[in-house]
Ligand binder design. Structure first.
Ligand SMILES: [Zn+2]
Ligand SMILES: [Zn+2]
Length: 330
């Protein structure tokens, strides 16, 4: 008999952990530049500052980080494909069976001692046995990444320059191909919470939702229109609204980003918005115009706990009046 047989869920969990590690590291490279790039290029000559030169220098210096991300992605893709094959039968993953039994036992073998299929074989086996087929587009990317990863791992030399936004493209395609039926935002929150400190309680306002808001705040403006649509589920030019529930849960309000910096909801009908993070629809009420001067938003929350709050600037009309009065008194 064979012991230690992996399950599809177990392998998929490993693949997703690697995926979100790669995502977080890539997002970090983009958002750090968005946050500090301008400040870092201040001392450069006028025509260099704010030009692509600074970004190019930054990305050139980030190549070893990006290569490490590349190898994480390859590992995640390999294990993700193995998870789908394992769903049909874990034994399809075995390459050979000429393996010694477990030490001290007779007729007992450990699954993890067996050589498993080569990475280059996985898509062929997947498409033969699984009910879904891997697209040609992903197949092409997968092979390219696998070859690149081999160069990085075996020689440490990879001459192609890696761009973070290209990696976001790869990761978005990867997620839709390898984990169909899952919801990205929910997984992002879940895997962000599974760090080294998962079993510890902190008395802090920071949670995985705060982390996600921080990430989206600087990442969203850098994404292409296609990447935005894949991430947020609607077109970039569609009007976006605040999710008061998510903002409250993330503890936003005392410092940047404010909930209004990262609107995550959009209209789904005349009187409802849906938030892409919590995936909940909330009632809204149409008004002539937000009473707060520069906002002009025509929607207020009709959700219990947030009634009357503007869906764009987040203010409650009476609080705004109050703050105006306060300013006059000073
Ligand atoms: Zn929400
Ligand atoms: Zn407003």
């Amino acid at each position: 008999m064979i012991t230690n047989i992996p399950t599809a869920d177990e392998l998929r969990l490993v693949s997703l952990r690697l995926f979100f590690k790669a995502w977080a590291d890539t997002a970090n490279i983009i958002t750090e530049w968005a946050e500090y790039g301008e400040w870092a290029t201040e001392s450069q000559q006028e025509d260099e500052a704010d030009s692509p030169a600074g970004w190019k220098q930054y990305i050139a210096a980030a190549q070893s980080d990006l290569q490490a991300i590349f190898t994480l992605i390859q590992q995640s893709q390999e294990i993700g494909l193995k998870a789908s094959i394992c769903e049909v039968s874990p034994f399809l993953l075995l390459k050979r069976t000429d393996v010694r039994p477990t030490e001290g036992e007779q007729n007992v073998w450990d699954f993890t001692d067996f050589p498993t299929l080569d990475a280059s074989e996985l898509i062929r086996v997947h498409n033969m046995f699984c009910s879904t087929t891997i697209s040609k587009e992903f197949q092409f990317k997968y092979d390219e990444i696998r070859r690149g990863r081999n160069k990085i791992s075996h020689l440490g030399i990879y001459r192609k320059s890696l761009e973070p936004l290209d990696i976001i493209d790869i990761l978005q395609l990867h997620y839709s191909e390898l984990y169909p039926g899952r919801r990205w935002m929910e997984d992002r929150l879940h895997f962000a919470a599974l760090g080294k400190w998962v079993d510890f309680q902190f008395d802090s306002d920071f949670n995985e939702r705060t982390g996600l808001f921080n990430e989206l705040w600087h990442l969203i403006p850098e994404l292409t229109d296609d990447q935005f649509k894949r991430l947020m589920g609607h077109e970039r030019n569609e009007k976006r609204f605040v999710c008061h529930e998510c903002g409250y849960d993330a503890g936003l309000g005392n410092a940047e980003p404010y909930v209004t910096d990262v609107p995550t909801a959009y209209l789904v009908s005349e009187d409802r918005v849906r938030c892409v993070i919590c995936d909940v629809e909330y009632p809204v009420k149409h008004v002539t115009s937000c009473p707060v001067t520069e906002c002009g938003c025509e929607w207020q929350s009709a959700q219990e706990g947030h009634i009357g709050l503007c869906m764009e600037c987040g203010w409650a009309p009476e609080e705004w009046q109050e703050s105006k009065r306060g300013q006059r008194d000073i």
